[in-house]
Design a protein around this ligand. Structure first.
Ligand SMILES: *Cc1c(COP(=O)(O)O)cnc(C)c1O
Length: 505
């Protein structure tokens, strides 16, 4: 079936280029032909002359394949995709936790799955009820005054929060120019601030991996619109001074944005409103177990304080005596509201909201609290068992993810990248590498609460054995990794700088 030459990069040492039952997979455009087809189409009707000018002049370059060829192509591609359903995926900061099948079942309920966003409101009362109920859960879990449900991802939620901050300051006639972002923040934080037109000023981390309060004080001033703090931060540490930070920020006339993508570490244990937060996004696709990765849909509802709630974007759901209504215009929002605009054409990622609500209701408030406890316990198990094998840059326990640096690789000729590639050969998705930037050669592992001790032990044994190999001087082994994947090492810089996104015929 595959009559194209096999790329040298595959180099599997077999005559076919296939590896075991893993078939080398050319692009579908390379497999298809202009004559191929999966269906027998009827002869065309007589086309009147006057339509002849619309007739296609030549082939349009779609691949022609039989039905089994198409099925095999996509099935094989899906098998090359590593996923949380396939194995352990300790990618730090990304919260790759198991996606319960119950969520999927509920989201496929025909009355929910087959809706159209332009249906009359009277016919989608149940759906609006789902959005409203989830909004209620998020406000209850955070203690916040309002929530914007429409942001479609974490970064989109940040945009929503920072746009609310800007609207609030403009309403006071006090537009400011700077957003402060600690070095231990997620990369989307400075990106969001810059996208909103603010200058970003970095706050260094102290030796304990947390915000340096004195440095923060020095940078706060009348031009500062807000501070964006990731908490727990990207070192997997809780910012102990969060309350003091919030007070300092407010005293300077600025607003406090807390990046809540790591809410899974504290859900059910910390009332966000008590921390003095003005805006925080929640990644439903992390904390609330909905599938993500590979560009699939997420959702980043943003909870807002009393001070910011009235600036929440349109549209939103309102509960009335007569049922749910949709607030679509500033006039409908009423005199007390001042929506800054819209984040999306419609109401957000509804399918993700259904899954998140199913998860929340299945676990209940006590179950969500247990989930954060187990996530932190699992991360600390990794930290405790690996801290003498790898090197841990900070003292003490962590939150939901364990951070290591590359000190253990000193003088071995092996880098963090080599080490991660060797882990792939052992059947594990690597941890996050070289992030956060505050430690050298970072390895950030987030096991999540859904992994068993048995899985963690197998992983720990693999890491320990690889470290022994690196220390024994076998750097060639690492430089050759990964040896068992369909491709070896890709030129990631070239792929990022000059992506080939279009097949030209
Ligand atoms: C994942 C993450 C984000 C961004 O969320 P997306 O849904 O990927 O846009 C922001 N901050 C932190 C700390 C994160 O882990």
């Amino acid at each position: 079936m595959n009559d194209k030459p096999i790329p040298a990069s595959a180099a599997p040492g077999t005559v076919t280029g296939n590896r075991g039952l893993t078939v080398e997979e050319p692009l579908i455009f390379e497999q298809g032909s202009a004559e191929g087809s999966g269906v027998d189409l009827p002869e065309p009707f007589d086309v009147p002359d006057r339509l002849g000018s619309f007739a296609r002049k030549g082939p349009i370059g779609l691949p022609g394949l039989s039905e089994p060829q198409v099925v095999r192509h996509y099935t094989r591609l899906s098998q090359k995709n590593y996923s949380i359903d396939a194995g352990f995926y300790p990618l730090g900061s990304c919260t790759m936790k198991y996606n319960p099948r119950l969520n999927e079942k509920v989201a496929r309920t025909p009355g929910l799955a087959d809706l159209h966003p332009l249906q009359p409101v009277s016919t989608v009362q149940g759906a609006l009820g789902v959005i409203n109920t989830l909004a209620g859960w998020l406000m209850e879990l955070t203690g916040m005054a309002g929530v914007a449900m429409s942001p479609a991802a974490g970064a989109h939620g940040e945009l929503c929060g920072v746009m609310s901050i800007r609207a609030a300051q403009e309403a006071k006639g006090d537009a400011r120019k700077i957003i402060l972002v600690p070095e231990s923040a997620h990369g989307t934080n400075p990106a969001t601030a810059a996208l909103c037109g603010y200058s970003v000023v970095a706050i260094p981390a102290g030796p304990d991996g947390r915000v340096d309060i004195e440095a923060l004080k020095a940078k706060l001033g009348p031009e500062v619109a807000g501070v964006m703090l990731t908490n727990p931060n990207t070192c997997g540490l809780f910012e102990r001074d969060v309350r003091e930070i919030a007070d300092l920020v407010h005293a300077a006339g600025a607003y406090f944005y807390m990046d809540g993508a790591n809410f899974n570490a504290i859900i059910g244990r910390v009332k966000i409103a008590d921390l003095g937060v003005d805006a925080m996004h929640i990644n439903l696709h992390k904390t609330f177990s909905t599938p993500h990765g590979g560009g699939g849909p997420g959702a980043g509802p943003t909870v807002l304080s009393e001070a910011l709630a009235k600036f929440a974007p349109l549209p939103f759901v309102r509960k009335t005596e007569a049922g749910f209504t949709l607030v679509e215009t500033p006039a409908e929002a009423g005199p007390d509201a001042a929506p800054f605009g819209r984040m999306k054409g419609f109401h957000g990622q509804f399918g993700v909201m259904i899954r998140a609500l199913a998860y929340a209701m299945a676990l209940g408030k006590d179950g969500l609290r247990q989930a954060s406890g187990d996530a932190v316990l699992n991360a600390n198990y990794l930290l405790a068992r690996l801290k003498d094998t790898l090197t841990a840059p900070f003292e003490g326990p962590c939150m939901h993810e364990a951070l290591f640096d590359d000190g253990f690789l000193k003088d071995t000729g092996v880098t963090t990248l080599d080490f991660a590639k060797a882990l792939i050969d052992e059947g594990f998705h690597p941890m996050t590498m070289y992030f956060p930037l505050v430690v050298h050669g970072a390895l950030l592992m987030e096991p999540t609460e859904t992994e068993s001790k048995q899985t963690l032990d197998v992983f720990i044994d693999a890491v320990t054995a690889l470290v022994a190999k690196a220390k024994a001087g076998d750097s060639d082994f690492f430089h050759a990794a990964p040896r068992l994947t369909p491709r070896r090492r890709l030129d990631e810089t070239l792929a990022a700088r000059k992506p080939v996104l279009r097949w030209t015929v």
